[in-house]
Design a protein around this ligand. Structure first.
Ligand code: AVJ
Length: 319
């Protein structure tokens, strides 16, 4: 069967090469860090999906319940003639609620995980025969442009899951400003934002009892072996995640269980026992604090929706 998905490959060899450099720069920094985007090979995307099913991980089901309850209202505010662009589309489940409410003519899914993106956009094309489906494999943490050939005049971006939380507030503002430039007046951004809350709920969400988040974090090391010629033993690191209240962020780390030297892409990197590799930050916001940040990037908040417990919110920001 011929696929109806129009695929735009924006992940060039040059970008792939600079991924190696980016990785090594972080491993050689003090303290050591890697960008969260390195989590998302196919296995990492699958593990992230499994995280979303864990009872402790409230963001996914809460955002879905907000979307379900507010779908008709969101359709009113966003309008029904948008070209819907999903950033970090992953398994693209939440988008179904929006597609059904908005019935847009055209959809573009953007993700860094190529095979995963293709599978999920193919499923959308199959399930919504009336929809023009595009897929762009791209790293949207870098400057990007919408691919050619999207029908429709009014792009509306959907950035769910609080992925914005992976940026520092300064980076988030710069990212939003870049997005603002890609969304002409009349366009907008529908964005999911995880909210500041009690530490216990946050800590549990990133330390699920089944160990899926730990597996997700440790998969980074497996991926380094698979794709970045790493020589290391994943079992010589442990998962650590905690809420840093001062900075309103969850931090995820991989902590070395011993003094050791690992090799990555031909270079040696030394760890002391207890030294950590900071693999992710996930910033939490207040509803108005986030709107203010988006305001600095040029957006005006038109509407927002939250759940009864105030765990998560979705905001519609006009360009
Ligand atoms: C995809 C960035 C929203 O920060 O909650 C989940 C990723 N990391 N568990 C998050 C994640 C560990 C997730 N985001």
């Amino acid at each position: 069967m011929q696929s109806r998905v129009r695929f735009h490959d924006q992940q060039t060899a040059e970008v792939a090469g600079s991924l190696h450099e980016e990785l090594l720069a972080g491993l050689n920094a003090t303290p050591k860090f890697t960008s969260p985007k390195f989590f998302y090979d196919r296995r990492g995307s699958e593990l992230f999906d499994a995280i979303c099913e864990q009872p402790e991980y409230y963001p996914t089901r809460t955002e879905e319940s907000i979307l379900r309850a507010a779908a008709a209202e969101i359709a009113e505010v966003v309008g029904r003639d948008a070209t819907l662009i999903e950033l970090g589309s992953g398994a693209s489940r939440k988008i179904r609620l929006l597609l059904e409410a908005l019935q847009p003519a055209c959809y573009l899914g953007v993700d860094i995980s190529r095979d995963f993106l293709l599978d999920s956009t193919r499923r959308l094309a199959r399930d919504y025969p009336w929809l023009e489906v595009h897929a762009a494999c791209a790293d949207f943490s870098r400057p990007m442009a919408w691919p050619q050939g999207l029908s429709g005049e009014r792009p509306v971006a959907f950035f769910p899951g609080s992925s914005i939380g992976n940026f520092t507030p300064e980076e988030a503002e710069a990212f939003l400003a870049g997005l603002h430039d890609l969304l002409p007046a009349g366009g907008g951004l529908l964005i999911g934002v995880d909210l500041i809350k009690e530490r216990e709920i946050l800590d549990a969400a990133y330390n699920d009892a089944a160990g899926v988040t730990a597996a997700f974090n440790l998969n980074l090391l497996e991926r380094l072996r698979r794709e970045f010629e790493a020589e290391l033993e994943p079992a010589s690191f442990r998962h650590r995640a905690f809420y840093n209240e001062c900075d309103s962020r969850i931090e995820m780390h991989l902590v070395s269980l011993r003094d050791q030297a690992i090799r990555v892409a031909g270079e040696s990197v030394e760890f002391e026992e207890g030294e950590s590799l900071h693999t992710e930050s996930s910033y939490k916001y207040s509803i108005d604090g986030f709107a203010e940040l988006a305001g600095c990037a040029g957006f005006a908040r038109r509407a927002h929706w939250t759940d009864r417990d105030g765990l998560f919110c979705i905001q519609y920001l006009e360009s």
